[in-house]
Design a protein around this ligand. Structure first.
Ligand SMILES: [Fe+2]
Ligand SMILES: [Fe+2]
Length: 138
C-alpha cells in the first residue's frame, strides 16, 4: 500500500476521533451541568480520543501528508445521559470496526502497531460505556 493511501485511511480514522472528541465533550458538559456522573467518564475518555487524534496526526505528517481535521455532521444522541451513552457506544463500535479494517489493510508495521494500541483503548472504552449504561439503567 502506498503512503498516500495510508494517509487517506489515517485521515478517515482521524475524522472519527475528531467527531468523538466533539460529541463526548459536548455531552460531558451537559451531563455535568445536570450533576450526572456520566459526565466525568465522558470527559475522561474525550482526553483519550484527543491523544489518539494527536498520534494519528503525527503519523500522517511523518508519512508526508496533512491532517484534514474534518468530521461528519455531529449527532449527539438524544437528550438524556442515557441517550448520550447510547450514542457514544455506537461511535466506539464504529471506531473499533474501522480500526480493525485498517489494521488488516495497512502493511506498514509502525502504523499497524499504533492502530492496534488505539484499538485496544477503544475496546476498553466500549466496555466502560456499556457498564455505565447498565448503571444508568437501560
Ligand atoms: Fe479514539
Ligand atoms: Fe474511544
Amino acid at each position: 500500500m502506498d503512503r498516500e493511501k495510508i494517509v487517506e485511511l489515517l485521515n478517515q480514522d482521524l475524522s472519527g476521533e475528531i467527531e468523538a472528541i466533539l460529541v463526548y465533550m459536548r455531552n460531558a458538559t451537559v451531563a455535568l451541568r445536570e450533576a450526572c456522573e456520566a459526565g466525568h467518564e465522558l470527559e475522561e475518555i474525550a482526553f483519550d480520543e484527543m491523544r489518539h487524534a494527536e498520534w494519528l496526526s503525527d503519523l500522517i505528517v511523518e508519512l508526508g501528508g496533512r491532517p484534514t481535521m474534518t468530521h461528519r455532521e455531529l449527532d449527539f444522541g438524544g437528550d438524556s445521559p442515557r441517550d448520550f451513552v447510547r450514542r457514544v457506544i455506537e461511535l466506539e463500535k464504529e471506531a473499533i470496526a474501522m480500526y480493525r479494517e485498517h489494521i488488516s489493510a495497512i502493511d506498514d508495521q509502525k502504523v499497524r502497531e499504533k492502530l492496534q494500541h488505539i484499538l485496544r483503548e477503544e475496546e476498553w472504552h466500549l466496555e466502560e460505556f456499556e457498564e455505565l449504561l447498565e448503571e444508568l439503567g437501560r
